[in-house]
Each structure stands twice: as C-alpha cells, then as structure tokens.
Design a binder for this molecule. Structure first.
Ligand code: ADP
Ligand code: MG
Length: 720
C-alpha cells in the first residue's frame, strides 16, 4: 500500500485548500432530501437496484465510493508491458486467428511500434471475428500476462477506433464501483456524474461542518472531497485515493465517525438529564463487606470501586463500563456496588450471558452478601414454573434485594419493586441494542437505575471513546497478586501424542488440565460430538486419569456435576466445548489445551487461556492447529505466544481483524459504517472526539442534520 509520503502532488494541492464558507443555501434543496428518482434515467427499476446498494438519495449516491480505480489517462507502450500489471494500450491489429488449443480462442495480435501483444478471447461471436481484422486501430485495457508467445491480455475491455480517431484518453482515473446485477459500471458512472454536477452547481448545499472545525482538523470541503474520490485527476496513482490519509477519504471518514460519535454523546446527554436515586448512605456496610473478603482488594480494584462509588452518589444515573482482563477481579467490584445500592434500600439486578456464568455469579454473590444479611435470588430460564413464580414474586415485592440471572431477568413479566442498579456481565456477548434495551427496564417513578457493565474484552482507549461514548469507562489494569504468567506454546495437531504426554505429567504432579474442542461452524451439535470423541480417546490414552466432559448439549444437572467434580479435583482432565470460556474458576488447573485454535478469534483464545494461571503454580497453554494456517490465523497465534496483556491483544486484534470482529460485529457500538473503517481510521478518533466537543459547545444546530445524514434519523442509538 502507498504510504502517506508517496501521495501524489494532486493531494498536497487539495490539502492546501481550506474549507470555504458553508452556510447552506436556502434556495437549493439539499442533496440528502433529493431522491435518486429525480436524476435522469432513474425509474422504479433502477431505483430498486440502487436501494439494494443502500442508495436512496443523491447524497447517498455520492457516498457510494469507488472500490478501486483504473488508469486510462495515458497510453502504455506495448514494449513496456509487465506481467501482472494493468495497462491501457493502443495499436493496430496485425493479425487475428482462431486457435484450437485446449480451448478454442480468438487471438488478435496488436502492435504499436514498440512491440506486439496478443488479445485473447475465449468467448467471441462472428461479429467480433469480422470486426477484429488486420489493419484496424484498437485500444485495450486489461491485465497483461506472460504467455509463451509474448505478452497477452485475456478478455480486456477494448474499443475499435476510426483511422483518424484520437486514442480515448481520460483526464481522470476511471472509478470502479460496488455494483449489483443489472446496474453495472457504465450506468453507475453516469448517475454519479449527474449527482456530482448538482453538487458542482451549488457546493454549499452539502456542507455541514463549521469552518473553524474544518480548518482545525485539516478537512477539505465536502464537495471537494467527493469530487476527488469520484474523479481523481490524471497523474494520480490508482492507489492514492484508497489511502486512509488521502484528504478526500479522510474528510469523509472523519465526518462519518463524527456523526456516530455525536449520536452517542447526544444520547449520553439525554441520559444524564434523567434523575436517578443518589446513594448517599452505605459506606459502613461497604466497609464491612470489604473487610469480610478473604483477600485484599488490589489498588486497581480500589480505584475502580471509588469511581463507581462516586457515580452512585450522584442524582444522575451511572453508565459505567468496567474493563478488566480475565481474572482481574471484576465481580467483587460489582458486588461492592450492589452492597451500596442495597444499603440505600434499592434492588440490584445482575445479568450474565450464560447460565453457567450466571450460576457462578450467584454463588459468589451469595457467599459474599448473605453473611451481611442481603438475600440473593436466582432467576433463570430453566427454573420450573413454581420456582420461577416464587422468584419473580420475591423480586416484585422487594424481598429479594439482589436478583442474579440470565436475560430471563429482563423479560417483561419480571417487575422489580425498586430497581436501583443494573449490573451486566457483558463478556463481549451483549450487543449495543441489548445494552440500550436494558436501559428501559426498571424505570420507576421517573427514577432510572444506575448501570454497570463489566467486560473482559479490553477495548483500546481510542475505540472506547468513540464506540462507547455513551459510557464512562474504568479499567482494572492489575491482576491479583500471586498469579504467574501462562507459558504459551503453539503446536501442529500431529504432535498430539506429546501433548497427551504433557497432560500425563501435569496430572502426575496433582495438577489438572482442560482440553477444549472447537468446531468449524457455530454448530453446537458438531462441537459436542467432537468433545465426546475426544473425551473417549483421552480416557483410552490416559487410563490412570479421570476424564470428564462438559458441553452445551448436556442436561444442566450433568453439566453442573462435571464442573463440580473438576472443581473438587475428582476429575483430572475436563474435556469441554468453548462453553467453559466463561465461568469456571479452578486454581488447581495448570494446563489448557485448545484444539484447532486456528478457528478461534484472539479474544476468545485469550479468554480460554485465562482459565489457567489462576493459582500460584506455573501454568501452560498449548494451542494446537491443523495445517494449512491462513495468514490471519498465523498472526493470531503469534500474538498470543508473544504477549498475555489483554490490551495489547485487543489492539493487535483490531489491526488484524478490524473492530467488528474484536467486539463481535453486533457490538462495535456503532451502526454500520459506510466509508470509515474503525481499524484503518483509528488515528482519526482523537480528532473526532475533539471536533464533537466543539460542535456540542458551539454548533448545536449542525448536530441533528449530521447524525441524520449518516445514521438516518439516529434510530439505532435513539431508543432510550
Ligand atoms: P473476572 O475479572 O475475570 O470476572 P473474577 O471476578 O471472576 O475475575 O475473579 C477471579 C478470581 O480472583 C476469583 O476467584 C476472585 O475471588 C479472585 N479475586 C478477585 N480479586 C482478588 C484479589 N484482590 N486478590 C485475590 N483474589 C482475588
Ligand atoms: Mg468475570
């Protein structure tokens, strides 16, 4: 890819031009309020095809940027053709013949005085055969390849020229757009040309950024940005407009990210305007709770607990994200918040993404809170109807101070007497929509519950500020003392016997091991079958060891029994599907084997590895893989071998896969982006944040049009 330094002269020229005056003209309708059907040649059929591309207005059409470019601004000498290069050539036909090789083809030899090349057509008709005859002038655009007889192009785009006709040289790069069947490049180029003409005649109609903001952040005017993206001038390299630093792309990505960020900030402002119960009391009980713990809180836990305590004392609802690596000890901070809420006579709901994890939280909370006289009730989708009715009754009357469960907690039949705090253990599983939906719960007498979200997926700071701009964020960036870093090894699956021997040695020392099976698809059935097979094989290979099995399709009692047995060291080896990703805490387990680690993402692998290294003994993780490894999979495994720092892993994940994957696509926090790419445009984010503050402080009236332009009414962020 081109570097910033190699950007052509056209770009420095663009950069020098400052954003012009930008008061929207009253006379002309804005491009976003002009439907595409107003363009020439757009009937219902074309409009439907455009809609399939997400294009409904003239501005949408302008935001439909080229995927790549072709250069037909200069003629390539045939003698200079290089294999693999795409080129535009012009010459005279020296001969044309049908060849009968493995496949019949029409071979047209073209010369321009510097050399000759062949144009080869496998599909041709009589008409073409007649026209492509010796002596005719022809222009071709295509990829050159080396063939036994010299350079050739297979099915290039070509055009026959009149004898006196000049070669059809363009004065700008040719854009290649994302297209759909029935709406190809030629009509798209023509339609976008019409849209550009409208913009040309009144550039101010599209501009929404205040001039001061554009100048400070070195943003070229929107009209100019769109023009250079759709029509880069001759002399521009075809890579240049694709570069993130290209002034046109940069301007568009900046505005889009700004719109999304503003939508979240506006939403946050709206949330802050709601009243919440201020928890003024409870410090004595909180101190008793901390004193009762079997360990000292780490400095990071104390800091985050203080941040939470301060939030809870305010009359506006807390919206705080607590990030912390696996095992950092987030749960106890959540319990601390719960104690404060209960001391202020409010109820607490703790929601986890899986039954297993919710059960573990329930056990932890009961262990910590019941000795303080705080009753904890369990509510899961699996409860029988009588138990369920009992639990919901206790929640409704308020005799249950704390309710722990899965999303069953938030079904509409469940009502809280006085919900004051919602805790969500996100573990990168709840999407932004669920996060927003939760906020509707427990609104009672106009007071909104405080909200605490825990996530084990560390989010790079810049990304958190943009994608989670509606949340405050705290980081537990320290592990409890006594943990030893996990040794990580990567091994091809052929070395399975050595891995099995390693398990034998570890268990002979009285330690325990996990063996995690993965499946290609998200097919639970396949994954469970693989786990069953593996458990059987391991039991045969390790006859002296006790091998257990836990997978998602087992009955809950069986599953619990297996987990319990492993926890109590009545099992040496636990074969599992990725269900153990969340939940279990077995300090005596020192070995984690992950089969087909190449199928899992970085975050998930990091989570799994975090299941060992919880005690003081030296622990190891072996990631096995099947060949061949893709480039991305190789990088992932390499990252894990190199570091155990969750934040660094998250940063690398962002680089390798992009933020959609890092957070789970549902969870980037941002709706679909059209032009910006969070991974590629990460460097823009600090500027975006600052520009957003400028708009919020001084240009309120621009905010709604901006968010509407990019997010369409802001429905995605608006459901509060
Ligand atoms: P996570 O952040 O992954 O949710 P947990 O809250 O499950 O981590 O904590 C992991 C384990 O560490 C638990 O067994 C918990 O009791 C223990 N723990 C938490 N804080 C401390 C601490 N300050 N010192 C020692 N152990 C701790
Ligand atoms: Mg946890």
């Amino acid at each position: 890819m081109a570097t910033a330094a190699s950007l052509g002269p056209c770009c420095s020229g663009i950069q020098a031009e400052a954003a012009g005056p930008i008061e929207p003209s009253a006379a002309a309708p804005s491009l976003e309020s002009t439907p595409v059907t107003e363009l020439r040649g757009v009937g219902p059929g074309i409009a439907a095809k455009l809609a399939a591309l997400g294009v409904e207005t003239v501005l949408d059409l302008l935001f439909h940027l080229p995927l790549r470019y072709e250069d037909r601004t200069r003629i390539h000498a045939i003698g200079d053709l290089r294999a693999g290069g795409t080129a535009f050539t012009c010459g005279r036909i020296e001969g044309a013949n049908v060849r009968f090789g493995r496949r019949r083809s029409l071979v047209v030899v073209i010369g321009d005085g510097t050399g000759t090349m062949a144009m080869r057509l496998f599909h041709f008709n009589e008409n073409q055969r007649r026209q492509l005859r010796q002596g005719r002038r022809i222009a071709c655009h295509g990829e050159a390849r080396a063939a036994p007889g010299g350079m050739e192009m297979v099915h290039p785009e070509y055009r026959l020229l009149g004898d006196e006709e000049a070669a059809p040289i363009d004065d700008r790069l040719t854009p290649v757009y994302p297209a759909v069947a029935g709406l190809g490049q030629t009509p798209l180029r023509r339609l976008i040309g019409q849209a550009l003409d409208r913009l040309e005649s009144n550039p101010a109609i599209a501009e929404l950024l205040p001039e001061a903001v554009a100048v400070r952040h070195r943003l070229i005017p929107l009209g100019h940005a769109l023009r250079t993206m759709h029509r880069p001038p001759a002399g521009t390299s075809i890579e240049t407009p694709l570069h993130p630093e290209h002034p046109g792309r940069r301007r568009l990505a900046f505005e889009e990210l700004l719109a999304h960020h503003l939508a979240l900030r506006v939403q946050r402002r709206r949330l802050d305007a709601r009243p919440a119960a201020a928890f003024g009391r409870g410090d004595a009980l909180a101190r008793r709770f901390i004193a009762s713990l079997p360990f000292e809180l780490t400095a990071a836990q104390r800091r985050v607990a203080r941040e939470v305590r301060d939030d809870l004392a305010r009359t506006r609802p807390m919206h705080r994200l607590v990030q912390g690596d696996v095992g950092a000890g987030k749960t106890v901070v959540a319990a601390f918040a719960a104690v404060v809420a209960v001391a202020n006579e409010c109820q607490v709901a703790l929601m986890a993404p899986t039954e297993l994890l919710a059960e573990q939280h329930c056990a932890s909370f009961r262990g910590w809170l019941e000795p303080l006289g705080i009753p904890v009730v369990w509510l899961s989708g699996r409860l029988g109807s009588r138990e369920r009715a009992q639990a919901t009754a206790r929640i409704a009357t308020g005799t249950a101070a704390v309710a722990v469960g899965t999303h069953a907690l938030f079904q509409s039949q469940v009502t809280f007497a006085n919900l004051g705090l919602v805790i969500v253990d996100e573990q990168h599983r709840f999407g932004v929509e669920q996060r927003l939906a939760l906020r509707g719960k427990g609104e009672d007498g106009g007071l909104r519950p405080h909200q605490l979200i825990m996530t084990a997926t560390p989010i790079p700071r810049t990304l958190a500020m943009t994608a989670y701009a509606d949340l405050d964020s705290s980081v537990i960036d320290e592990l409890p003392p006594g943990r030893t870093p996990v040794d990580t090894a990567v091994a091809p699956s052929q070395r399975r016997p050595e891995v099995v021997a390693r398990i034998r040695r570890a268990c002979a020392r009285g330690e325990q091991a996990y063996w995690v099976c993965t499946a290609i698809e998200e097919s639970a059935a396949l994954q469970c079958r693989a786990a069953e097979d593996t458990a059987r094989e391991l039991a045969e290979a390790l006859p002296d060891l006790r091998v257990g099995l836990v997978h998602g399709r087992m009955a809950p009692v069986e599953k619990d029994a297996a987990m319990e047995a492993f926890k109590d060291a009545r099992l040496d080896v636990l074969v599992a599907t990725t269900v153990i990703e969340v939940g279990v805490d077995v300090p005596n387990a020192s070995l984690m084997i992950i089969e087909n680690a190449e199928r899992l993402g970085l975050a998930q692998l990091h989570q799994l590895r975090g299941r060992v290294g919880r005690g003081a003994r030296r622990s190891a993780c072996v990631m096995m893989y099947d060949r061949p490894l893709t480039e991305a999979a190789r990088s992932r495994l390499e990252v894990l071998r190199a570091t155990t720092d969750g934040f660094e892993i998250a940063q690398r994940d962002l680089e390798i896969r992009g933020p959609g994957d890092l957070l789970g696509t549902r969870q980037t926090g941002l709706a679909q982006l059209r032009i910006a790419d969070l991974a590629r445009d990460l460097p823009l984010l600090p500027g975006v944040e600052r520009a957003a503050s400028e708009l919020l402080a001084r240009h309120e009236s621009r905010i709604a049009p901006l968010t509407r332009r990019w997010i369409g009414g802001g429905a995605h962020y608006g459901q509060v």
